[in-house]
Design a protein around this ligand. Sequence first.
Ligand code: ZN
Length: 379
Amino acid sequence: MKLIKNAEVFSPEAIGRKDILLCAGKIIAIEDDISIDLPKIIEVVDATGKIVTPGFVDSLVHITGGGGEGGYATRTPEMNVGDAFEGGVTTVIGVLGTDAETRSLENLLAKSYGLEEQGLSVYCYTGSYHYPMVTVTGSIKRDIMLIEKFIGVGEVAIADHRSSQMTPTEMARVASEARVAGMLSGKSGIVSIHVGDEPAKLSKLQRVVEQSDIPITQFYPTHINRHTELLEAGFAFAKQGGFIDFTTSTTEQIIEQGETPAAQALAQALEKGVDIKHITMSSDGNASLPTFDDKGKLIDLQVGQVKSLHQSMVDAVLQYKVPLNLALSSITQSPANILSLGQKGQLATGKDADLNILNKNSLQIEVVIAKGYIVVNNT
Ligand code: ZN
């Protein structure tokens, strides 16, 4: 049991100064003053002058590594549990990516079980960039319905030279399979979409929505901040009721080539009147971040960092003047809602005891608690 005293709580809404009581991995009370006659088994954490937030939900991480667009020597490494915790991330969604030949869903599941044993909350998507989809059981539907960790499918690539050039009909079929499986299993059944550089942008998803009864909310496109035209298309997509995700891992070269930093994209989206419930940020951690020259030759390759999620939240608040509750929502409540993770992304009685204690001015991470355990202590 733990009692966090005198915290300024952002649930992510600002709810004022509270005490938070944690027991058996859950939040069991949030009150103005909890001062029961404390038995010695309760550890008291003094958070006076600190901000307490939900643990961050990172909706896209290549936990088994990704990419390798520069040949085998450029395959990126697996994520370590510390990479998540040190960035305040207590829930990740693990995905494959470009390479579903030498990296498998079985490996993804095994990695997720390992991280879970180390205290992180982990969910996964079946499938990868490519169509037909790789699965464990033979179908997307069976994977989502029978394997607890699978909550959706993706990241399916569109508008990218590395995609399978799916037709809208093929995309619709994938989406309805995931949707039905989600309905039958009480999961989101979301279709995570990797959007590449091509001018087609989100048009394939638009066509599926126009030509079928699949709701726009079945899709969760990411990398929307990768160029200005895509960002504009993303704002329109979100205003139509869709969800959009900004990628926080980046490099100087990628920004020079036209990417908008996620924090700035978040500020712009809010200025344009996009509802925060439809906007998220994710790290794309452990992805390869290739830069190609104008002839398509690889000129640089870096590795995505999970900790960029926290940094982008900080930049959004301190540099781009996004209100703290909204910046926090984009990495807590919004992704948890989109992914139907009812126990995550919010500080409220009955939710999982995942929370971060931050410095009030710098918003730097001081303490991270995952499922009731202190996993980072920088004080
Ligand atoms: Zn991607």
